[in-house]
Design a protein around this ligand. Sequence first.
Ligand code: NDP
Length: 453
Amino acid sequence: MSEYDFDLFIIGAGSGGVRAARIAASHGARVGICEESRVGGTCVIRGCVPKKLLVYASHFAEDFEDARGFGWETGEPRFSWPDLIRAKDREIDRLNRVYLGLLSGSGVELINGRGAFIDPHTVQIGERTVTAESILIATGGTPWVPEIPGIEHAITSNEAFDLAELPGRVAIVGGGFIACEFAGIFNGLGADVTQVYRGDAVLRGFDQDVRRVVSEELVKKGIDLKLESDIARIDKQESGLTLTFKDGETLDVDQVMYATGRVPLVRDLGLRDIGLEVRADGRVVVDDFSQTSIEHIYAVGDVTSRVNLTPVALYEGHSFADTVFGGKTRPVNHEYVPSAVFSQPPVGTVGYSEEEAITHIGPIDVYLSEFRPMKHTLSGRDEKTMMKLIVERESQKVVGIHIVGLDAPEIVQGFAVAVKSGLTKERFDCTIGIHPTAAEELVTMRSPARSHG
Ligand code: NDP
């Protein structure tokens, strides 16, 4: 019998922590986990899941309009924000219960409260102190906002899910995942949306055609996209807020939401006190096995800021538990991680962007197609689909796929298997398309739009 209370103790019961707990327990480890908020973490409670429910809700506005092109006559649709939030909360409660059931069903002990290191084998949670042979840090991340006058009047995505009412006028600051997704949500639900971004096209780091098309489509949907623009101060008024931009211009809104990035949640964890290596921005430094600078302490998910996506945290947590408790050595591989932005229309992407491929791959051919999706021939909606393949010339391997358009995330999830498997353009070409779909375009693009190198 070990001298410790647990073989493994986990700080944080989000996606990565819960997965690691269940897998380690299935390998016979005695596992404890603590959580200061609700089990499920950012993704389930205040991230991916409620976000996607809100995206569905907001898209109905267009669906009602589009239906007319197909012969439907609909009355004037009415929307209730409180009804939506109640329905969303019921679903989150259900998922929270599922997660609690997963932990108890695996024999994992859950302790409610915030954990902090007392020494490298000891964690304190409120009044309770536990010891463990191995410890996993899975505390995730938290929104970061710049310090400008009046920033206390701003909300982040954390609060956006629980607003008492839908703001009539809302400004969203940022051009990343969260900003683009929430601009679409609030716009679809009927708010006047201004998106404020300091760069020249949203989604920095994505392929240039993705950035161009998403920026164009956001504007077509009616979002006032202010590029190369930033807010200098926020002043509270009797009703609403006044935003003053750096160029002196002002804008009155009911809410301003900052989506200016997230940082690892390591505050008060005591990491530096126990001598654990942490970067200046809070990132816990780990190796390919998620091992930190202290041999028996590991970290997975957003707190390590490798690739901050739920499925990556799940994979890292699973690999860690298999390696340390299951006798299977599973390093984490972050190559060709597909991802999506649930903007409207959404983005699906895997592999190298055109710019990255020019730098890191060498000579490439770029296949590009932009078209009006079939649905919109009758709906009349001016929304396009963009599809793009990046092919390494010498090996003919497809090293990148980028799509903006209806169902892009669903399409890319399937095609990501081909890219991860290193399939060549010839394998794509000899695959028969499914007609009529948008995705068939990916197996029928014949001539490069441009070549580099
Ligand atoms: P991102 O890092 O994607 O975007 C942050 C945005 O804020 C950028 O546009 C950035 O501009 C801007 N910004 C940063 N600092 C400032 C500043 N001081 N003033 C003005 N603007 C600023 O972060 P998000 O908050 O959108 O999302 C966090 C992470 O969560 C993502 O990286 C992603 O990993 C994950 N996520 C994934 C989702 C998905 O998979 N669908 C959905 C939501 C989140 P610039 O580009 O110029 O740096």
